[in-house]
Design a protein around this ligand. Structure first.
Ligand code: NAD
Ligand code: UD1
Length: 338
């Protein structure tokens, strides 16, 4: 299958390109490189031996999308392109709504026109309402998002659901990611956060390599086994393989389906710090800091539906996540900037 991968030069997109190629598919990428570096796709070529076509431009550019469909026989799309920084989304909400929603609508418009009606959408555990019991199931309550980024995912899901409802030829798969971490085992591709990382794992690895003095652990008085926040960390290669499973599912099903991509196991911040130190023989200095506003104490998935219907489960464990994060960080201290 020829798969249009929007945002394919980014963190999850580049890993998914590798797994698509391994599975015999051909990714065709559109990315405006706002939060990525085209070197990621050079590295995908080094890993797989295959060149990935990159169209540099915005998914909201309808004429460019038309050109991509003219020049390639596209069979379905994986829509990663989007802005993802929670704090930034509070500062520039209009840009987040513009970018994340208009890109989805423009893409679907052109796909519909071309009769290509299979799409996989990058959603997030952030669409679940904070008052659910754990683990989160696909039918747990959604909404009450705490920031504009979360709302763009919630609304993006709704737009796609409505499209599938209106035209039974569409096949829409909504994938709700938990906390993607890690990197390809080769150390050639990985996460390259812009500036100071907001997320835990890149902060841990930048602290271990000495770019940051110490990690601030946001709160140690949560109702968890050690007081620090618990999350469902998932290795990015497992996540990428979840997309390959979703491509297979798309070929055989119409309508809308939603799946959690998580492991089902929660680890605390201090669990992750200790695991990182043990896996890599490094030190991660930390201090206990106040809670970060908007954080939940615990968040983890029930991945049973993905296992049953997609035939997908996460294979990498916490040690793999820590080892591969460090392998990428230590081989590429400045990400793709070297
Ligand atoms: P990323 O920033 O590395 O990748 C997103 C890519 O999309 C970037 O390469 C960026 O340049 C591109 N892009 C953004 N807007 C675009 C536009 N209008 N046109 C063309 N390209 C555009 O992020 P990621 O971590 O790989 O995330 C991929 C998707 O998964 C995003 O939609 C994100 O919201 C979602 N997601 C990510 C996480 C996470 O923790 N990384 C968790 C849940 C959901
Ligand atoms: C965050 C986003 C969420 C997004 C997800 C993607 C917020 C409020 N939520 O979720 O929308 O989908 O990333 O992965 O930003 N922590 C520290 N110190 C740090 C960084 C994090 O202690 O420097 C803690 C947090 O308090 C939390 C855990 O580590 O308990 C994980 O944090 P993070 O990686 O930012 O992910 P989420 O908060 O789950």
């Amino acid at each position: 299958m020829n798969v249009l991968v929007t945002g394919g030069a980014g963190y999850i997109g580049s890993h998914t390109c590798v797994e698509l190629i391994h599975a015999g598919h051909t990714p065709i990428v559109i990315d405006n490189l706002r939060n990525s570096n085209p070197k990621s796709l050079d590295r995908v070529r080094e890993i797989t031996g295959q060149t990935v076509a990159l169209y540099e431009g915005d998914v909201r550019d309808e004429a460019l999308l038309e050109r991509i469909f003219d020049e390639n026989e596209i069979h379905c799309a994986i829509h990663f392109a989007g802005l993802k920084a929670v704090g930034e989304s509070c500062a520039i909400p209009l840009e987040y709504y513009q970018n994340n929603l208009c890109s989805t609508m423009t893409l679907c418009k052109v796909m519909g026109k071309r009769g290509v009606k299979g799409i996989i959408f990058s959603s997030s555990a952030t669409v679940y309402s904070g008052d659910n019991e754990m683990p989160l199931r696909e039918n747990s309550r959604t909404g009450n998002c705490t920031n504009p980024y979360g709302w763009t995912k919630y609304m993006g899901e709704q737009i796609l659901r409505d499209i599938a409802k209106a035209d039974p030829q569409w096949s829409v798969v909504l994938l709700r990611y938990f906390n993607p971490v890690g990197a390809h085992e080769s150390g050639k591709i990985g996460e390259h956060p812009n500036g100071i990382p907001n997320n835990l794992m890149p902060y841990i690895s930048q602290t271990a390599i000495g770019k940051r003095e110490k990690l601030s652990v946001f709160g140690n008085d949560y109702a968890t086994h050690d007081g620090t926040g618990v999350r469902d960390y998932i290795h990015v290669v497992d996540l990428a393989r979840g997309h390959v499973a979703a491509v297979n599912y798309l070929c055989e099903h119409k309508g809308e389906a939603v799946f959690n991509l998580g492991t089902g196991t929660g680890y605390s911040v201090l669990d992750m710090v200790k695991a990182f130190e043990t896996a890599n023989g490094v030190k991660v200095p930390y201090v206990i800091a106040p809670r970060r506003p908007g954080d939940l104490d615990t968040c983890y998935a029930d991945p049973a539906k993905s296992a049953q219907i997609l035939g997908w489960t996460a294979k990498h464990d916490q040690n793999d996540m820590c080892r591969d994060t460090w392998n990428w960080q230590s081989q590429n201290p400045n990400g793709f900037d070297d």
